[in-house]
Design a protein around this ligand. Structure first.
Ligand code: HEC
Ligand code: HEC
Ligand code: HEC
Ligand code: HEC
Ligand code: HEC
Length: 270
């Protein structure tokens, strides 16, 4: 019996095998490329048209983030300020701080011509993922958790990967990042700066039951009857030590503000 298939088919099999090999190598290279920090854009620091410094304005001058990013609490999108905000201080009119500085040339030009300064966008999630600023900021997540210490940056650079894994890391353990709402734009905040008595009294004043507060402190669920503020403070000090701890604040806020970030695909991919 002769060979049923002509000779060249042996080569076809080999060619297919080689092609398959390259496809697999290509895919795995592609995957590692997408998931390495370079692709996640940490450190991305584009040159801006005007050398605007957050270190001067938010750090030294102490301007609140919301003075310029005024929609961050009320909108899904956080705005970059319009020229008008800069003219409050740098215009040629009454506020004319250093208005003859060469660094402000483009700002003065913008005032004269009425054209917006073409700021280069730094942070961006792809269009297929849904992100909303106000839900995060109003639930106790600070700018610093997602943008780093902007108040110390001369030029804004991306501090966190903002990849899907990064979003989910926090969604699984939000207690590591929750803080009182009046501290959201204080990028130098640390839980140890809080006064423990004020923090727990604040929860009690909001109507949270003392036994529910105690139950969130490891060992506190074993108390026989409802504790008072002094007993809660003693218990917290025994568990967490003299200074207020992030876990301590985070677990209380997560429980009593009922914070439960979604992990289902449909929450972020709508
Ligand atoms: C005086 C106005 C002003 C204040 C105050 C200010 N910003 Fe900005 N911010 C800007 C301008 C203008 C830009 C766009 C130029 C740039 O990236 O530097 C910007 C850009 C940013 C960006 C990058 C936006 C992007 O393209 O991804 C972040 C993040 C940011 N600011 C966070 C903050 C935080 C956090 C604070 C408070 C600590 C703050 N800003 C305070 C004016 C301000
Ligand atoms: C509340 C007032 C205020 C606002 C609003 C403000 N600035 Fe400033 N800016 C200052 C002060 C004060 C300085 C420091 C001046 C100095 O060093 O003598 C400064 C410095 C600067 C400088 C450096 C100037 C130099 O010659 O070193 C630039 C550039 C600048 N601002 C851009 C902006 C832009 C762009 C905006 C709008 C997004 C803005 N500023 C909004 C008060 C303000
Ligand atoms: C939970 C994470 C998170 C928090 C908290 C957060 N941001 Fe953002 N921010 C992002 C992401 C993600 C983007 C990119 C959004 C996009 O592409 O639509 C962004 C974009 C921005 C931009 C650029 C908007 C634009 O379209 O140019 C500014 C400005 C900004 N954030 C400021 C702030 C300020 C100020 C705070 C605190 C009051 C804050 N952010 C808190 C994650 C966060
Ligand atoms: C540092 C913590 C943190 C990070 C980082 C974070 N989130 Fe969240 N997210 C939260 C918290 C807290 C909530 C509020 C949950 C609640 O209200 O119960 C939330 C809620 C949400 C919601 C539900 C509310 C809504 O808008 O429908 C979505 C969607 C969401 N996050 C998307 C994202 C995406 C996308 C990213 C990454 C680009 C991200 N988050 C990064 C903490 C975080
Ligand atoms: C908390 C929000 C969040 C949840 C929940 C989430 N994703 Fe994503 N996903 C994102 C973000 C943000 C990106 C964009 C990441 C980037 O820019 O690097 C993304 C990217 C992706 C991508 C593209 C990956 C790439 O490298 O290009 C796929 C596929 C995906 N998600 C599938 C899913 C599936 C399936 C689920 C459910 C198991 C899910 N996602 C749940 C936020 C989320």
């Amino acid at each position: 019996m002769g060979n049923f298939f002509p000779r060249w088919t042996n080569w076809l099999v080999l060619k297919l095998a080689i092609a398959l090999f390259f496809i697999l190598v290509g895919v795995s290279l592609g995957v590692s490329y997408y998931f390495t920090p370079k692709y996640t854009r940490v450190g991305y620091e584009p040159t801006q048209p005007v050398p605007f410094s957050h270190k001067i304005h938010a750090g030294q001058l102490g301007l609140d983030c919301r003075y310029c990013h005024s929609f961050v609490e009320s909108s899904s999108h956080s705005n970059v300020p319009t020229n008008q905000t800069c003219f409050n201080c740098h215009g040629t009119g009454k506020g004319n701080i250093r208005s003859n500085s060469p660094k402000l040339e483009k700002v003065i030009q913008a005032e004269a011509t009425g054209t917006p300064i073409p700021w280069v966008k730094v942070h961006k999630v792809p269009d297929y993922a849904y992100f909303n600023h106000s839900v995060h900021v109003n639930r106790g997540v600070s700018c610093v958790s997602c943008h780093g210490k902007i108040n110390e940056m001369e030029v804004v650079r991306q501090a966190e990967p903002q990849s899907m894994g990064w979003c989910l890391d926090c969604h699984r353990n939000p207690e590591n990042n929750l803080r009182p709402l009046d501290q959201i734009t204080n990028l130098n905040y640390d839980a140890s700066q809080l006064d423990r008595a004020t923090f727990y009294k604040g929860l009690l004043d909001k109507g949270v039951k003392a036994e529910e507060i105690a139950a969130e402190i490891p060992g506190g669920g074993l108390l026989e009857k409802a504790p008072d503020l002094q007993q809660i403070l003693a218990l917290a000090e025994k568990t967490y030590g003299g200074a207020v701890a992030q876990q301590e604040v985070g677990l209380q806020l997560k429980k009593h503000w009922q914070v439960s970030p979604p992990e289902s695909c449909a929450a972020c991919h709508r």
